[in-house]
Write a protein that binds this ligand. Structure first.
Ligand code: CA
Length: 504
């Protein structure tokens, strides 16, 4: 069955420090020792993890990482599709600044010669290496960013399916020893489906397309429809639902992929212990966007809903988010998700403030003791290095927090912005992934602790300008009464009057 091959691609990115390079770290930074950085970027992973409260999914190794980390409960991607999201958080700019809404252009030519996370670390004396899928489009970007890494290992072809529980990560471990990253592919061997018997698979709690959903907001999940096994279902386009038994199989395969991914993360992190790097390596774990598994009658990504924009985000900082391991102590012993009795992992520190994925760049810089780039001016196309997101370093000052509970500010003031383009007001064959030239509408979305508000407005792909006077549709969902975002209150409330000043 083709669904067995549904997978979560992931990337290990090691930025190995050179001690002397950090002696010039920013004055006032609290990091005193040079730290390596291991950035794990997972593809298409929503927070269906034990550490995010999911009772079904077995993710003991990621949960263990979370127990030693600071975990952000409410982190949101800026656009729920691969390339625009990755370019956004790796440059620290919003899609409206990278001007990348599709897969077909290169921001250095198209928008501005912006610095990136690996570029900044490399310029500060780090040895930088990457592997797997990180920027897109892969071919063009690999050629163009090659100079940003000391070593870039191409992604493994996704044509080989590992047999049963054959781990991909043994190839990684010796690479890590040599301070090279590894891994990365990602299939869910069929055995992992045994963790999720079909009879235990539930459907999404809201599998119907909501009555009040504007047609422009709906993503018709065309890439899913094009799969051979889905085509055989003869679904009506664009709203025809997938039969419930097939929905259960999709969910089973997704969760199996998560557990397989978890084993790979487990092997990777236990190698940090083996090579005594756990006391000198920051580990950041993140996904590029979420994934719908039938919520709102939708699948895949390509929308502004929480289910596709919310992502896992956590940082392990040795000696900060967890005590430094004693000599010989294993901080990340591998845990087999097939163990019949999994000990519950104590949750680590958590932040409920809403944060944005594009904060990754300034936050990693700050945690490593590098100068946090300044806020971007408007416009910032001519500025190589600046940040449009907040640094999250303040959340790691636990002592300050205990002394001043208001140090983090008011969670009600935190806002996360996302956006998604459409070629038309109604679902088309290219509504999920419109090319730049075809974009006619842009959905700008605000998520606060209390609501999600989205306004779909006219957009000109030639001058990249949105026309907020040309409102095509709106959505307003209240978190408290409608956490799944099924009851659009836009036309019943003051939603239309929310000021444009809230837009980024
Ligand atoms: Ca992705």
């Amino acid at each position: 069955m083709l669904l067995v091959g549904w997978c979560l691609l992931w990337l290990g990115l090691v930025l190995a420090s050179i001690g002397a390079s950090l002696e010039s770290a920013a004055p006032g930074s609290w990091t005193t020792a040079p730290l390596n950085v291991l950035l794990i970027i997972v593809d298409d992973l929503r927070p269906s993890l034990g550490c995010y409260g999911d009772k079904l999914v077995r993710s003991p190794n990621i949960d263990q990482l979370a127990s030693h980390s600071l975990l952000f409960q409410n982190a949101f991607a800026q656009q729920a599709v691969c390339a625009p999201s990755r370019v956004s958080f790796l440059t620290g700019r919003r899609p409206d600044t990278t001007r990348l809404y599709d897969f077909h252009s290169y921001w250095r030519v198209h928008a501005g010669n912006f610095s990136t996370i690996p570029q900044y670390f490399k310029e500060n004396g780090y040895v930088t290496m990457s592997v797997g899928k990180e920027y897109l489009p892969i071919i063009a970007m690999t050629l163009r960013i090659a100079g940003l890494f000391h070593l870039t290992i191409p992604p493994l072809k996704s044509t080989k399916t590992p047999s049963e529980r054959d781990p991909a990560s043994p190839s990684l471990v010796p690479l890590l020893k040599e301070r090279q990253p590894g891994v990365f592919v990602c299939f869910s061997p069929k055995e992992f489906q045994k963790l999720y018997p079909l009879e235990n698979m539930t459907l999404a709690p809201d599998p119907q397309v909501p009555a009040g959903l504007p047609s422009v907001a709906y993503n018709p999940w065309m890439d899913i429809r094009q799969r051979e096994d889905v085509q055989a279902l003869n679904l009506s386009v664009p709203y025809g639902p997938i039969p419930v038994d097939f929905q259960r199989k999709i969910r089973q395969s997704y969760f199996a992929s998560v557990s397989y991914l978890d084993t790979q993360v487990g092997h990777l992190l236990s190698a940090l212990d083996d090579f005594q790097l756990a006391n000198s390596t920051i580990v950041a774990f993140v996904s590029d966007h979420g994934w719908a598994l039938g919520e709102h009658g939708e699948w895949a990504k390509y929308s502004n809903f929480d289910v596709t924009t919310r992502v896992p985000l956590m940082f392990y900082v040795p000696g900060k988010t967890a005590p430094l391991p004693e000599a010989g102590e294993k901080l990340f012993p591998y845990i087999d998700p097939f163990d019949s009795v999994l000990e519950l992992t104590e949750p680590g520190r958590q932040v409920t403030d809403l944060v944005e994925l594009l904060s990754l760049s300034p936050t990693l810089s700050g945690l490593a003791g590098l100068q946090v780039p300044p806020r971007c001016p408007i416009p910032s196309f001519h500025v190589e290095r600046c940040r449009e997101g907040q640094s999250l370093v303040k959340h790691f000052r636990f002592q300050d927090l205990e002394e001043d509970p208001y140090f983090r500010g008011n969670p009600r003031e935190s806002i996360a912005y996302s956006q998604y383009p459409r070629p038309a007001d109604s679902p088309q064959w290219n509504s999920d992934k419109p090319s730049l030239k075809d974009i006619k509408v842009m959905g700008y979305s605000i998520r606060t602790i209390d609501y999600r508000y989205t306004v779909w407005v006219g957009f000109n792909p030639h001058d990249f300008l949105a026309n907020f006077s040309d409102v095509h549709a709106g959505e307003l969902y209240f978190v408290g009464s409608d956490p799944l975002q099924d009851h659009n209150m836009y036309n019943d409330s003051q939603g239309r009057d929310l000021p444009r000043s809230l837009m980024p």
